[in-house]
Design a protein around this ligand. Structure first.
Ligand SMILES: Cc1ncc(COP(=O)(O)O)c(C=O)c1O
Length: 338
């Protein structure tokens, strides 16, 4: 149990607990038990993992008297879309730094971008090169907003900070309770697998698994960069978390694994075999993944299981972290597969 005095202030924005569903046909095919934790059910427009982090980050923004949140991501960022909509619910404005190869000709108004605009977010388009120096742009935009009498609050990429990680510390407590119910009290050894994009979900799950005391292995499949990059980020978040909220069990970086090798053509670029795996799951279980995160992580999980069927033990929980809106902008690429 998370000690109540440890839990930071939180807004209740996500529809939780989310269902834990067994994928019967997929489990039979794979020869191991596979469950999906349906974090794509955290909301309709708020769907996905980001809202769990934003419950803590937006509570902090409000506590600090902010009236506008600033955050960043790729053009079709789920995090930015969730921030834009959650900000409205919290009575805040939002400004999004979105990455595009040609900021003068930003991508079409579809998928998450359409929702960002519907939510009334101010969008600042930046090149991939400018994005690398996003902290400076955050500061520049924050200065501009302050000069207009506004009170900005910066949320780093993906909401992946120690405070944001609380979203998945709490989610792991929820999952451990799901598993206890399933198993009649104790938890059968389980491997939890998620997509790693900015690291906060993996970090939160690993911290939460340590806190739960259950035999739960945490695996992140990176969808960009490489293992070393994610270990540096996730270790950093965990160290920060343990420093800020120290407890007897939270005194060091908890164990987790990064399964590298499934970035494929690069961030947000899909290979035909990844999209075919997404399509096949829709036809097998009626569950729709996204191309950028869950589709890649799922493809990686299946590829690992094909090579070593017991690679993740006998029970897997795959976290469906949402992202459905990202399918629509690649309809043309999917057309040949459906
Ligand atoms: C749908 C989806 N799944 C997974 C992730 C990865 O989560 P994290 O950024 O916490 O690693 C993201 C965001 O990056 C996402 O939008």
């Amino acid at each position: 149990m998370i000690p109540a005095e440890l839990l930071p202030p939180r807004l209740h924005l996500a529809s939780t607990p989310t269902p834990l569903q067994k994928m019967e046909r997929l489990s039979r095919q794979a020869g191991v038990e596979i469950f999906f934790k349906r974090d794509d059910f955290t909301g309709s427009e708020l769907s996905g993992n980001k809202i769990r982090k934003l419950e803590f980050l937006l509570a902090d923004a409000l506590a600090k008297g902010a009236d506008t949140v600033i955050t960043c991501g790729g053009a079709q960022s789920n995090h930015c879309r969730a921030t834009a909509l959650a900000a409205v619910k919290a009575g805040l404005s939002s400004l999004l730094l979105l990455r595009a190869s040609d900021p003068a000709n930003p991508p079409a108004l579809s998928g998450n971008i359409l929702l960002d605009r519907l939510a009334g977010s101010e969008i600042v388009w930046v090149t991939p090169e400018q994005y690398r120096a996003r902290d400076e742009i955050f500061e520049r935009e924050a200065r501009r907003l302050r000069s207009e009498g506004r009170r900005p609050y910066i949320i780093p990429e993906g909401g992946s900070t120690a405070l944001g990680a609380w979203g998945y510390v709490a989610a792991m407590e929820e999952l451990a309770a799901d598993l206890r119910r399933l198993d009649g009290g104790r938890v059968t050894p389980t491997t939890v697998i998620c997509a790693a994009g900015s690291g906060g979900t993996t970090a939160g799950l690993a911290l939460g698994a340590r806190l739960s005391g259950a035999e739960i292995r945490v695996v992140g499949v990176n969808v960009c960069d490489d293992r070393d990059y994610f270990v540096a980020i996730i270790d950093g978040i965990c160290r920060d978390f343990c420093r800020t909220w120290p407890t007897e069990v939270m005194d060091a970086v908890p164990p987790y694994e990064i399964v590298d090798g499934y970035v494929g053509r690069g961030y947000a670029l899909s290979r035909t075999e990844e999209l075919a795996a997404v399509r096949d799951l829709v036809r097998l279980e009626g569950v729709v993944l996204d191309p950028v995160y869950t589709g890649k992580a799922y493809f990686g999980m299946l590829a690992e299981l094909e090579r070593h069927p017991q690679r993740f033990g006998r029970r897997i929980v795959f976290i469906h972290t949402g992202g459905l809106f990202g399918l629509f902008p690649i309809a043309e690429q999917l057309a040949g597969l459906v």
